[in-house]
Design a binder for this molecule. Structure first.
Ligand code: ADP
Ligand code: MG
Length: 822
């Protein structure tokens, strides 16, 4: 059992980009707001200093600085790798050792919880704790051949006190609200079970990563502007690990919860109303219950801990004051306007640090193996009983039983140990059978002894020296011939394989060229240099296929593009071009392209190395054969003395193998990176499409308002009348409205310069709403009219943003042509 308090770490977020680029960076400079004291080596502390203008109004006693102790404090420049190495790696180790573990991130919205737990959506180097931990765990599992491991993944989202399975296949067809809710069941031992939460087996890092991205994309798709679930829900990604030693009946289970909590900001500050207030109240309620549990746990002698008050505390019951090693990361966005929230986060962390957990190894006996053992024991007891009661067992021994006895007797007779025993159990039939068998053996030996007469032996004896020499010589020759035959057979096999490989390799090359997305990886065990790519590539290709299959499913779900009208498609093209994410997608595309060509080149040089290894091996075999042949004909081979040429070849072979292994390791890393980038891109594409869909629907609904005569664009999702905190709004681009109350595309100007250009003050106010509807000629056909109206709207907002370029002019020309033709 390991008794440990919950470990608390603080991670500071870099100042937001807006501030970094802002004019008065030093004013907002965080240096005056906080300082980290690392002198106290064991418990570093974070001092938050209240600026004078805030101190007066903030607290009555006019305290001006607060000091909080943490296990470690990571300043804003700490990279994701450092966070993994220092926080998550030790946790992953304890999960591998069989202990339940939890890492949870707590902090206000925008402080970096998701960035820390899952990672950034842009760069590979920004991947967070989950992908890095998965990578580490699978690497360790691969290294450890002493146990059999099974890994399962589950991904739960708790939103408004309801649980949803982010990996539920029905996500493809439903909205979040339509999915079956995950519910909590408690068994008589007060263990928590989650009904409707699916567990998915993951045998490789790639499979686990696919599940993570699938869950994240499902979460993003389910999120509507009305439910900004990502800031208002809790997400629990769980890795379930079981291990068993071969032959043992004991199974070890451990769970790793990686938790991204809802934003911890208070309702009062964000001042939300209506529906959002209900949500905010819920989050607050759920975090409030978390706080209550933590207070109860940190107080000594408290008998009742109110776990049952909320779903989240019920699910995390073991992580809080139970059988678990728990780590908390307090994420802080230490800017002036966030001071209040930051202090509250730190206070929460201080209370959490008082909680003691007791983690035990979760071992359980595998019932199937126990049944086998018990059956054996029952049989033995029956046998003993039969002897004791004198009961005769008359039925014949089965074939298996006889075979088993033969084996036992053979090993007994061959065993040189005089103490060894023949254990056949208490079955008289078996004992009798063994005696009969031994009797037969003794008799056989006797008859053999009689048949070899003394004269013969004598005769044999006198010829012995001669025969023995001859016999040895013959044996040597036989051995040599055997060797040669083996070598020749091997050579033949290799030749055959080479011809097969040549065929497969050329077809693989063709498929690589055909598809830039196809895998360029000749994978396989780096230890086995001689394995050919052909036997391994298809499995890799399947992996890629699987991830593409998933993403295509996701695309289908958002699948608006499939049914897009021409106008809608054009608008999408413009929208895509101006969307901030398209820069990321393009960047990632470039990186992906580079990585692909690097992987391809590496793949080729690995194939080359493999060919060289093959040649060297052939050369060694040939040389060996020559030596053997020479030895036979001239009797010159001196056994035990190595042939220098062969030695040289062997050295070269080792060198080549080393090179092969280095390249292979690099290729493996590249493969993980490429897959990650592909998943990031898939997700970005889905997001782009989703943003467009929302914007398109909003445009249509605003047109409907201004032009009731116009035909509606089908069902339209309303946009939220949000009044969220400023910060929220900056992160939820689809919620932005321009001065006329219309929605603008979520991120219309990728660069800050662009953003300035389209600021309301500089924008020429030529709004379509001001134009009389009758001035727009309509065709009467609902689809065409809605396209025209939506197109004009799209064009208008682009014009307003002054993003004039040839592309737009082209569209303008097309629009005029379209209008003229109607
Ligand atoms: P939260 O999940 O707490 O609401 P996010 O993780 O979404 O916050 O972070 C908000 C924004 O800040 C994101 O754009 C994220 O990429 C960025 N961010 C957060 N932490 C860091 C960090 N340590 N380094 C760089 N960017 C960060
Ligand atoms: Mg988040």
């Amino acid at each position: 059992m390991v008794k440990e308090t919950i470990q608390i770490f603080a991670r500071l977020k870099p100042p937001s980009r807006k501030h970094q680029q802002g004019v008065c960076a030093e004013q907002l400079g965080t240096g005056e707001i906080y300082s980290i004291d690392e002198d106290e080596k064991l418990t570093p502390s974070l001092e938050i200093i209240l600026p004078r203008d805030l101190a007066d109004g903030f607290v009555n006693n006019k305290r001006e600085s607060y000091r909080f102790k943490f296990q470690r404090i990571f300043d804003h420049d700490a990279k994701q790798e450092i966070i993994f190495e220092n926080i998550a790696k030790p946790v992953a180790e304890s999960v591998l050792a069989g202990y339940n573990s939890t890492i949870f991130a707590y902090g206000q919205t925008g402080s970096g919880k998701t960035f820390t737990i899952t990672g950034g959506a842009e760069r590979y180097s920004d991947r967070g704790i989950i992908p890095r931990t998965l990578s580490y765990i699978f690497e360790q599992l691969q290294k450890d051949s002493s146990k059999m491991y099974t890994t399962h993944i589950s991904y739960l989202e708790i939103y408004n006190e309801c649980g949803y399975d982010l990996l539920d296949p029905r996500h493809e067809a439903s909205r979040l609200e339509d999915l079956p809710k995950v519910t909590i069941l408690e068994d008589p031992d007060q263990n928590i079970h989650l009904k409707n939460l699916s567990l998915h087996q993951a045998t490789t890092e790639e499979e686990a990563l696919n599940l993570l991205f699938l869950g994240d994309t499902n979460r993003m798709i389910a999120e509507t502007p009305m439910n900004q679930a990502s800031t208002r829900s809790h997400c629990i990604f769980t890795v379930h690990l079981s291990s068993k030693e071969p032959g043992s009946a004991t199974v070890r289970h451990s769970k790793l919860h990686l938790v991204d909590l809802a934003g911890s900001e208070r309702v009062a500050k964000s001042g939300v109303r209506g529906q959002l207030l209900t949500e905010a109240k819920y989050i607050n309620l759920s975090l409030h219950y978390l706080e209550q549990v933590i207070i109860a746990l940190s107080e000594r002698n408290r008998l009742h801990i109110p776990y049952r008050n909320s779903m989240m505390t019920s699910v995390l019951r073991d992580s809080l004051g139970g059988n678990c090693m728990t780590t908390m990361i307090a994420t802080l966005s230490l800017e002036k306007r966030n001071i209040e929230e930051s202090i509250s986060t730190c206070r929460f962390a201080q209370r959490v640090a008082l909680i003691k957990n007791e983690a035990v190894l979760n071992e359980e006996i595998d019932p199937r193996l126990v049944i086998i053992c018990l059956q054996k024991e029952i049989q033995e007891l029956k046998d003993e009983l039969a002897i004791v009661t004198g009961e005769q067992r008359t039925e014949a021994l089965t074939e298996e039983e006889l075979l088993q006895l033969e084996k036992l007797m053979t090993s007994f007779l061959e065993d040189q140990d005089p103490e060894s025993r023949l254990e056949v159990g208490a079955d008289m039939r078996k004992i009798h059978h063994c005696f009969h068998h031994l009797k037969r053996l003794v008799n056989d030996k006797k008859t053999l002894g009689k048949s070899t007469g003394p004269s013969e032996t004598k005769n044999q004896d006198c010829q012995e020296p001669l025969r023995e020499e001859e016999y040895r010589k013959l044996q040597d020759i036989l051995k040599q011939r055997d060797n040669e035959i083996n070598i020749l057979v091997n050579m033949l096999k290799k030749e055959k394989k080479k011809t097969q490989d040549a065929g497969l390799l050329s077809s693989m090359d063709r498929s690589e060229i055909r598809s830039s997305q196809g895998s360029p990886f000749p994978s396989g065990n780096p230890q086995e240099g001689q394995r050919t790519s052909s036997s391994l590539v298809p499995a890799q290709a399947q992996d890629f296929g699987a991830s593409r299959y998933r993403s295509s499913l996701l695309h289908k779900k958002t699948g608006m593009r499939g049914e897009m009208s021409l106008g809608c498609q054009e608008a999408f093209e413009i929208f895509k071009r101006d969307h901030a994410d398209s820069v990321t997608i393009d960047d990632n595309k470039q990186i992906l392209k580079q990585r692909f060509s690097e992987a391809k080149a590496l793949g080729e040089s690995i194939n080359e190395a493999r060919r060289k290894i093959g040649h060297l091996k052939d050369a060694i075999t040939q040389r060996h054969m020559q030596q053997v042949a020479l030895g036979i004909s001239e009797n010159t081979a001196v056994p035990g003395v190595p042939d220098p040429q062969e030695e040289e070849l062997r050295l070269q072979l080792e060198e080549e193998k080393k090179r092969y292994r280095t390249k292979f390791t690099r290729l493996k890393a590249l493969k993980v990176e490429i897959e990650h980038l592909q998943l990031l891109m898939d997700r970005a594409k889905v997001k782009l499409q989703k943003d467009f869909e929302a914007w398109w629907a909003a445009e249509a609904s605003s047109l409907q308002v201004h032009s009731p005569a116009a035909n509606p664009l089908g069902p339209v999702k309303p946009f939220p009348q949000t009044s969220e905190s400023q910060q929220d709004r900056s992160q939820l681009p689809s919620n932005r409205r321009d001065l006329t109350g219309r929605n603008t595309p979520p991120t219309p100007c990728p660069s800050p310069v662009g953003r300035e250009q389209c600021s309301p003050s500089t924008r020429p106010e030529v709004s379509i709403s001001e134009r009389p509807t009758s001035s727009i000629p309509l065709t009467g056909d609902s689809q065409t009219d809605s396209d025209i109206l939506a197109f004009i709207r799209a064009r208008q907002s682009i014009l307003q943003r002054k993003c004039k370029c040839t592309h737009l002019q082209l569209h303008e020309a097309r629009a005029s042509a379209l209008l003229a033709s109607t």
